[in-house]
Design a protein around this ligand. Sequence first.
Ligand code: PMV
Length: 338
Amino acid sequence: MQVIGAYRAHTNIALIKYWGKRHQVLHLPVTNSLSLTLEALYTDTAVEFDSSGMGSGDVFYLNGERQSASETEAVSRFVDLFRELAGNDYPVRVDSVNHVPTAAGLASSASAFAALACACDQALGLGLSPEQLSVLARRGSGSASRSLFAGFAEWDAGQGDDSNSSYAHSIDPADWDIGMLIVVVNAKKKKVSSRQGMQHTVETSPFYALWPQEVARDLDLIRPAIQGRDIQTIGQVAEHNAMKMHATMLASNPSFNFFEGDSLLVMDLVQQMRADGLDAYYTMDAGPNVKIICPYSQIPAIKTYLEPHFHADQLIASRPGSAPTPIDPETVRGMLYD
Ligand code: PMV
Protein backbone atom coordinates (compact mmCIF):
# COMPACT_ATOMS: atom_id res chain seq x y z
CA MET A 1 0.00 0.00 0.00
CA GLN A 2 1.19 3.51 -0.78
CA VAL A 3 1.71 5.35 2.47
CA ILE A 4 2.80 8.77 1.27
CA GLY A 5 0.47 11.59 0.28
CA ALA A 6 0.95 15.28 -0.42
CA TYR A 7 -1.55 18.02 -1.25
CA ARG A 8 -1.86 21.77 -1.64
CA ALA A 9 -5.09 23.34 -0.37
CA HIS A 10 -6.07 26.99 -0.54
CA THR A 11 -7.60 29.02 2.20
CA ASN A 12 -11.03 30.58 1.92
CA ILE A 13 -12.58 33.76 3.23
CA ALA A 14 -16.23 33.71 4.25
CA LEU A 15 -18.56 36.25 2.68
CA ILE A 16 -21.37 34.92 4.85
CA LYS A 17 -19.73 33.90 8.10
CA TYR A 18 -19.76 30.74 10.17
CA TRP A 19 -20.18 32.01 13.72
CA GLY A 20 -21.47 29.58 16.34
CA LYS A 21 -21.65 25.82 16.76
CA ARG A 22 -24.54 23.60 17.69
CA HIS A 23 -22.15 20.70 18.48
CA GLN A 24 -18.75 21.51 19.97
CA VAL A 25 -16.89 18.26 19.24
CA LEU A 26 -18.26 17.59 15.77
CA HIS A 27 -18.02 21.27 14.76
CA LEU A 28 -21.60 21.34 13.54
CA PRO A 29 -22.52 24.96 12.81
CA VAL A 30 -25.67 26.87 13.74
CA THR A 31 -26.06 28.18 10.18
CA ASN A 32 -24.85 27.68 6.61
CA SER A 33 -21.94 29.86 5.49
CA LEU A 34 -20.48 30.83 2.11
CA SER A 35 -16.93 31.64 1.05
CA LEU A 36 -14.50 32.43 -1.73
CA THR A 37 -11.42 30.18 -2.00
CA LEU A 38 -8.22 32.18 -2.62
CA GLU A 39 -5.35 31.29 -4.90
CA ALA A 40 -2.63 33.28 -3.10
CA LEU A 41 -2.87 31.69 0.35
CA TYR A 42 -2.36 27.97 0.76
CA THR A 43 -0.85 25.14 2.75
CA ASP A 44 1.32 22.35 1.35
CA THR A 45 1.22 19.17 3.41
CA ALA A 46 2.99 15.83 3.05
CA VAL A 47 2.17 12.81 5.19
CA GLU A 48 4.10 9.61 5.57
CA PHE A 49 2.56 6.71 7.44
CA ASP A 50 4.94 4.11 8.87
CA SER A 51 3.41 0.75 8.05
CA SER A 52 6.37 -1.23 9.46
CA GLY A 53 4.90 -1.30 12.94
CA MET A 54 8.32 -0.31 14.27
CA GLY A 55 7.87 3.47 14.46
CA SER A 56 7.14 5.42 17.60
CA GLY A 57 4.49 8.16 17.87
CA ASP A 58 3.24 10.78 15.45
CA VAL A 59 5.39 13.78 14.61
CA PHE A 60 4.32 17.11 13.19
CA TYR A 61 6.53 19.73 11.56
CA LEU A 62 5.11 23.14 10.65
CA ASN A 63 7.28 25.36 8.45
CA GLY A 64 10.23 23.10 9.33
CA GLU A 65 9.79 23.32 13.11
CA ARG A 66 8.91 20.33 15.22
CA GLN A 67 5.65 21.15 16.98
CA SER A 68 4.84 20.75 20.68
CA ALA A 69 3.06 17.74 22.17
CA SER A 70 -0.26 19.62 22.29
CA GLU A 71 -0.05 20.81 18.66
CA THR A 72 0.90 17.28 17.59
CA GLU A 73 -1.97 15.85 19.64
CA ALA A 74 -4.50 17.93 17.68
CA VAL A 75 -3.06 16.62 14.41
CA SER A 76 -3.02 13.04 15.74
CA ARG A 77 -6.70 13.16 16.74
CA PHE A 78 -7.52 14.45 13.26
CA VAL A 79 -5.43 11.77 11.50
CA ASP A 80 -7.16 9.18 13.74
CA LEU A 81 -10.36 9.81 11.75
CA PHE A 82 -8.52 8.56 8.64
CA ARG A 83 -6.73 5.69 10.42
CA GLU A 84 -10.12 4.49 11.66
CA LEU A 85 -11.48 4.49 8.11
CA ALA A 86 -8.39 2.67 6.84
CA GLY A 87 -8.47 0.20 9.75
CA ASN A 88 -4.86 0.72 10.82
CA ASP A 89 -2.88 2.52 13.51
CA TYR A 90 0.23 3.48 11.55
CA PRO A 91 2.17 6.35 13.12
CA VAL A 92 2.39 9.38 10.87
CA ARG A 93 4.89 12.11 10.13
CA VAL A 94 3.20 15.29 8.93
CA ASP A 95 5.15 18.09 7.24
CA SER A 96 3.26 21.28 6.53
CA VAL A 97 4.33 24.53 5.00
CA ASN A 98 1.93 27.39 5.44
CA HIS A 99 1.90 30.06 2.80
CA VAL A 100 -0.44 32.03 5.06
CA PRO A 101 0.55 34.09 8.13
CA THR A 102 -0.40 31.49 10.76
CA ALA A 103 -3.35 32.39 13.03
CA ALA A 104 -3.48 36.00 11.81
CA GLY A 105 -7.18 35.85 11.01
CA LEU A 106 -6.37 34.60 7.53
CA ALA A 107 -7.94 31.21 8.14
CA SER A 108 -4.72 29.19 8.04
CA SER A 109 -6.56 26.33 9.75
CA ALA A 110 -8.89 26.09 6.74
CA SER A 111 -6.15 25.36 4.22
CA ALA A 112 -4.20 23.30 6.77
CA PHE A 113 -6.94 20.80 7.57
CA ALA A 114 -8.13 20.61 3.96
CA ALA A 115 -4.58 19.79 2.79
CA LEU A 116 -4.08 17.27 5.60
CA ALA A 117 -7.41 15.57 4.85
CA CYS A 118 -6.55 15.19 1.16
CA ALA A 119 -3.00 13.97 1.89
CA CYS A 120 -4.27 11.33 4.35
CA ASP A 121 -6.93 10.18 1.89
CA GLN A 122 -4.31 9.78 -0.83
CA ALA A 123 -1.71 8.06 1.37
CA LEU A 124 -4.17 5.57 2.83
CA GLY A 125 -5.89 4.94 -0.52
CA LEU A 126 -9.33 5.76 0.84
CA GLY A 127 -10.73 7.29 -2.36
CA LEU A 128 -13.09 9.66 -0.52
CA SER A 129 -15.25 12.14 -2.45
CA PRO A 130 -14.79 15.92 -2.02
CA GLU A 131 -17.99 15.96 0.06
CA GLN A 132 -16.71 13.19 2.36
CA LEU A 133 -13.39 15.01 2.67
CA SER A 134 -15.30 18.20 3.47
CA VAL A 135 -17.05 16.39 6.36
CA LEU A 136 -13.68 15.23 7.69
CA ALA A 137 -11.86 18.54 7.16
CA ARG A 138 -14.69 20.17 9.15
CA ARG A 139 -13.69 18.07 12.17
CA GLY A 140 -10.33 19.85 12.20
CA SER A 141 -11.73 23.34 11.75
CA GLY A 142 -15.20 24.31 10.56
CA SER A 143 -14.05 26.66 7.84
CA ALA A 144 -11.81 23.91 6.38
CA SER A 145 -14.96 22.21 5.05
CA ARG A 146 -15.17 24.97 2.42
CA SER A 147 -11.54 24.72 1.23
CA LEU A 148 -12.28 21.46 -0.62
CA PHE A 149 -13.87 23.49 -3.40
CA ALA A 150 -12.80 26.06 -5.97
CA GLY A 151 -14.34 29.52 -6.13
CA PHE A 152 -17.53 30.13 -4.20
CA ALA A 153 -18.53 27.33 -1.82
CA GLU A 154 -21.46 27.00 0.54
CA TRP A 155 -21.22 24.88 3.69
CA ASP A 156 -24.57 23.35 4.61
CA ALA A 157 -25.27 23.23 8.32
CA GLY A 158 -26.83 19.77 7.96
CA GLN A 159 -29.33 18.15 10.31
CA GLY A 160 -29.28 17.45 14.04
CA ASP A 161 -26.24 15.55 15.27
CA ASP A 162 -25.64 13.86 11.91
CA SER A 163 -22.01 14.64 11.15
CA ASN A 164 -22.24 13.32 7.60
CA SER A 165 -24.98 15.80 6.69
CA SER A 166 -22.79 18.89 7.20
CA TYR A 167 -20.41 19.61 4.32
CA ALA A 168 -19.69 22.20 1.67
CA HIS A 169 -20.34 22.19 -2.07
CA SER A 170 -19.29 24.37 -4.95
CA ILE A 171 -21.77 27.00 -6.07
CA ASP A 172 -19.75 28.89 -8.70
CA PRO A 173 -16.18 28.50 -9.99
CA ALA A 174 -15.67 32.29 -9.73
CA ASP A 175 -13.96 32.26 -13.13
CA TRP A 176 -14.75 35.91 -13.69
CA ASP A 177 -13.42 39.29 -12.63
CA ILE A 178 -13.53 38.98 -8.85
CA GLY A 179 -10.72 38.88 -6.30
CA MET A 180 -9.61 39.96 -2.87
CA LEU A 181 -6.97 42.27 -1.55
CA ILE A 182 -5.90 41.26 1.93
CA VAL A 183 -4.54 44.01 4.13
CA VAL A 184 -2.34 42.41 6.77
CA VAL A 185 -2.82 44.88 9.60
CA ASN A 186 -1.12 42.62 12.14
CA ALA A 187 0.31 39.17 11.36
CA LYS A 188 0.85 38.17 15.01
CA LYS A 189 -1.05 35.29 16.53
CA LYS A 190 -4.48 36.55 17.54
CA LYS A 191 -5.46 36.98 21.17
CA VAL A 192 -8.82 35.21 21.01
CA SER A 193 -9.27 32.15 18.80
CA SER A 194 -12.34 31.92 16.60
CA ARG A 195 -13.33 28.84 18.59
CA GLN A 196 -13.30 30.71 21.93
CA GLY A 197 -14.76 33.85 20.39
CA MET A 198 -17.79 32.20 18.83
CA GLN A 199 -18.52 30.13 21.93
CA HIS A 200 -18.38 33.17 24.22
CA THR A 201 -20.64 35.07 21.81
CA VAL A 202 -23.21 32.26 21.62
CA GLU A 203 -23.26 32.04 25.42
CA THR A 204 -23.36 35.72 26.37
CA SER A 205 -24.40 37.99 23.47
CA PRO A 206 -28.07 39.04 23.41
CA PHE A 207 -27.56 39.90 19.73
CA TYR A 208 -26.71 36.29 18.84
CA ALA A 209 -30.44 35.43 18.75
CA LEU A 210 -30.69 37.57 15.60
CA TRP A 211 -27.73 35.96 13.83
CA PRO A 212 -29.39 32.86 12.25
CA GLN A 213 -32.17 34.87 10.61
CA GLU A 214 -29.70 37.47 9.32
CA VAL A 215 -27.53 34.74 7.78
CA ALA A 216 -30.56 33.17 6.08
CA ARG A 217 -31.53 36.54 4.62
CA ASP A 218 -27.99 37.32 3.47
CA LEU A 219 -27.65 33.92 1.79
CA ASP A 220 -30.89 34.50 -0.11
CA LEU A 221 -29.48 37.81 -1.35
CA ILE A 222 -25.95 36.69 -2.19
CA ARG A 223 -26.67 33.43 -4.07
CA PRO A 224 -28.47 35.10 -7.00
CA ALA A 225 -25.90 37.94 -6.95
CA ILE A 226 -23.12 35.36 -7.42
CA GLN A 227 -24.98 33.73 -10.30
CA GLY A 228 -25.52 37.18 -11.83
CA ARG A 229 -21.87 38.22 -11.24
CA ASP A 230 -23.25 41.29 -9.47
CA ILE A 231 -20.22 42.35 -7.47
CA GLN A 232 -21.96 45.34 -5.90
CA THR A 233 -24.62 43.20 -4.26
CA ILE A 234 -22.09 40.51 -3.34
CA GLY A 235 -19.89 43.13 -1.69
CA GLN A 236 -22.69 44.97 0.10
CA VAL A 237 -24.18 41.77 1.51
CA ALA A 238 -20.76 40.40 2.58
CA GLU A 239 -19.75 43.67 4.25
CA HIS A 240 -23.03 43.90 6.14
CA ASN A 241 -22.80 40.25 7.19
CA ALA A 242 -19.28 40.68 8.57
CA MET A 243 -20.23 43.78 10.55
CA LYS A 244 -23.29 42.01 11.99
CA MET A 245 -20.98 39.18 13.13
CA HIS A 246 -18.65 41.68 14.80
CA ALA A 247 -21.68 43.38 16.40
CA THR A 248 -22.57 40.08 18.11
CA MET A 249 -19.06 40.08 19.65
CA LEU A 250 -19.27 43.69 20.77
CA ALA A 251 -22.51 42.83 22.57
CA SER A 252 -21.04 39.79 24.34
CA ASN A 253 -20.28 39.97 28.06
CA PRO A 254 -17.49 40.71 28.77
CA SER A 255 -17.20 42.32 25.36
CA PHE A 256 -14.32 41.65 22.99
CA ASN A 257 -13.42 42.69 19.49
CA PHE A 258 -10.79 42.24 16.79
CA PHE A 259 -10.60 45.81 15.56
CA GLU A 260 -7.26 47.59 15.61
CA GLY A 261 -6.72 51.20 14.63
CA ASP A 262 -5.49 50.17 11.21
CA SER A 263 -8.50 47.88 10.66
CA LEU A 264 -10.74 50.93 11.09
CA LEU A 265 -8.46 52.96 8.82
CA VAL A 266 -8.82 50.37 6.03
CA MET A 267 -12.59 50.38 6.40
CA ASP A 268 -12.62 54.19 6.08
CA LEU A 269 -10.39 54.01 3.02
CA VAL A 270 -12.70 51.45 1.40
CA GLN A 271 -15.64 53.80 1.91
CA GLN A 272 -13.61 56.54 0.28
CA MET A 273 -12.78 54.24 -2.67
CA ARG A 274 -16.49 53.54 -3.12
CA ALA A 275 -17.32 57.23 -3.03
CA ASP A 276 -14.74 57.58 -5.82
CA GLY A 277 -16.48 54.92 -7.93
CA LEU A 278 -14.53 51.74 -7.15
CA ASP A 279 -16.37 48.47 -6.36
CA ALA A 280 -14.57 47.76 -3.08
CA TYR A 281 -16.16 46.18 0.02
CA TYR A 282 -14.59 44.94 3.25
CA THR A 283 -14.88 41.87 5.41
CA MET A 284 -13.09 40.81 8.61
CA ASP A 285 -12.81 37.52 10.46
CA ALA A 286 -11.59 36.63 13.95
CA GLY A 287 -8.53 38.85 13.62
CA PRO A 288 -7.58 42.44 12.78
CA ASN A 289 -6.81 41.96 9.07
CA VAL A 290 -9.20 43.36 6.51
CA LYS A 291 -10.05 41.67 3.23
CA ILE A 292 -11.28 43.82 0.39
CA ILE A 293 -13.68 42.17 -2.05
CA CYS A 294 -13.47 43.73 -5.50
CA PRO A 295 -13.09 43.07 -9.21
CA TYR A 296 -9.55 41.67 -9.61
CA SER A 297 -8.96 44.24 -12.34
CA GLN A 298 -9.49 47.10 -9.84
CA ILE A 299 -6.76 45.96 -7.42
CA PRO A 300 -4.07 48.30 -8.83
CA ALA A 301 -6.41 51.30 -8.34
CA ILE A 302 -7.41 50.09 -4.85
CA LYS A 303 -3.76 49.73 -3.84
CA THR A 304 -3.09 53.40 -4.52
CA TYR A 305 -5.33 54.29 -1.54
CA LEU A 306 -3.51 51.86 0.76
CA GLU A 307 0.11 52.36 -0.27
CA PRO A 308 0.57 55.61 1.68
CA HIS A 309 -0.33 53.69 4.89
CA PHE A 310 0.96 50.13 4.43
CA HIS A 311 4.12 48.37 3.22
CA ALA A 312 3.90 46.44 -0.04
CA ASP A 313 4.22 43.11 1.83
CA GLN A 314 1.11 43.94 3.88
CA LEU A 315 -1.00 43.90 0.72
CA ILE A 316 -1.75 40.44 -0.67
CA ALA A 317 -3.78 40.31 -3.88
CA SER A 318 -5.55 37.12 -4.82
CA ARG A 319 -7.66 35.69 -7.57
CA PRO A 320 -10.17 32.94 -6.74
CA GLY A 321 -8.45 29.66 -5.91
CA SER A 322 -8.82 26.08 -7.07
CA ALA A 323 -9.83 22.92 -5.23
CA PRO A 324 -6.95 21.06 -3.49
CA THR A 325 -4.36 19.61 -5.86
CA PRO A 326 -1.90 16.74 -5.41
CA ILE A 327 1.74 17.83 -5.23
CA ASP A 328 5.11 16.12 -5.21
CA PRO A 329 5.97 15.37 -1.53
CA GLU A 330 9.47 16.64 -2.27
CA THR A 331 8.10 20.17 -2.85
CA VAL A 332 7.29 20.20 0.87
CA ARG A 333 10.22 18.24 2.23
CA GLY A 334 12.83 19.42 -0.24
CA MET A 335 12.05 23.00 0.69
CA LEU A 336 12.54 22.27 4.38
CA TYR A 337 15.49 19.93 4.49
CA ASP A 338 17.71 20.81 1.53
O1 PMV B 1 -12.97 27.45 11.21
P1 PMV B 1 -12.79 28.23 12.47
O2 PMV B 1 -13.14 27.44 13.70
O3 PMV B 1 -11.43 28.86 12.57
O4 PMV B 1 -13.84 29.46 12.43
C1 PMV B 1 -13.84 30.43 11.41
C2 PMV B 1 -14.69 31.60 11.82
C3 PMV B 1 -14.60 32.81 10.91
O5 PMV B 1 -13.38 32.87 10.21
C4 PMV B 1 -14.73 34.06 11.76
C5 PMV B 1 -15.75 32.85 9.90
C6 PMV B 1 -15.68 31.86 8.76
O6 PMV B 1 -16.76 31.45 8.30
O7 PMV B 1 -14.59 31.51 8.29
